[in-house]
Write a protein that binds this ligand. Structure first.
Ligand SMILES: [Zn+2]
Length: 252
């Protein structure tokens, strides 16, 4: 009886702290490899000792100009994730910026796989690692009717989508991880997401594009800073880690 009571108590306390001993997990991600990540995001992250995931588009302008700066991120413990070679998306009237060469309506599944695997090789050349996570460009998951990620399920530990939801540890599809995309939110609004993750024992994945500029989707420098400081101050309840680390934990 005593043993049963003890084990149920232990089981209960574990289920309250499902994320590596914490109430929730937060993964901070930055997409598209833009200068503002190097210049505005990295200094704040490093000053707080927080590790994030940078989903890099290998052929981005910033990558072409500052390859060595990007290479340094990995030595600081940040994750270099795969956000494709050329950032292809499904074209349409709202995506006039998309070059026809990189319109996924003109891609084959094989081309998508080849370019994505090439990007893994490129990232391996930067950081020496063979385990990788992926982020869907524009959230687009299909070439025609075919999803391409399942053909690459052995190339990636996880893939991040863009649906604004958070889930408990046993409800997560690692090849379709949801995330909250930031576009103009205040620090306070983002902190509310973290509070909800704590209350519901969920994984919260945050997606930043521009940080103090650099992209049409943007977060202001004060909002970005306030959010990261809140995470740091509440680290006893929040497991803050790169996607790869969290995904491997979920898998176990
Ligand atoms: Zn992107």
């Amino acid at each position: 009886m005593f043993i049963a009571l003890l084990s149920s108590l232990l089981g209960h306390s574990q289920s309250n702290q499902p994320w590596n001993g914490k109430k929730c997990a937060v993964v901070i991600t930055y997409d598209d490899a833009i200068d503002q990540h190097l210049d505005n995001a990295i200094p704040v992250l490093d000053s707080l000792g927080l590790k994030a995931t940078f989903y890099l588009t290998a052929f981005s302008q910033s990558m072409q100009a500052r390859l060595n700066d990007w290479k340094k991120l990995a030595t600081k413990g940040h994750e270099l994730g795969n956000h494709t070679l050329y950032h292809p998306c499904i074209g349409g009237p709202n995506r006039a910026w998309l070059k026809p060469e990189y319109d996924m309506r003109n891609y084959t599944v094989q081309r998508m796989i080849d370019e994505t695997r090439m990007t893994n090789l490129f990232l391996q050349a930067l950081d020496g690692k063979t385990k990788r996570t992926f982020a869907f460009t524009c959230g687009d998951m299909k070439i025609g009717d075919s999803s391409f990620i399942y053909a690459m399920k052995n190339d990636f530990i996880a893939a991040r989508a863009v649906r604004a939801e958070m889930h408990k540890i046993n409800e997560i599809d690692l090849l379709n991880v949801d995330c909250y995309m930031v576009n103009g939110e205040t620090g306070g609004q983002m902190i509310e997401w973290v509070k909800k993750a704590k209350e519901t024992n969920s994984l919260l994945v945050i997606l930043f594009h521009g940080v103090g500029g650099g992209n049409a989707l943007n977060v202001s420098l004060p909002a970005h800073r306030d959010f990261l400081h809140y995470l740091k101050q509440n680290e006893k309840d929040i497991w803050i880690a790169p996607m790869l680390e969290v995904a491997e934990y979920i898998k176990r």
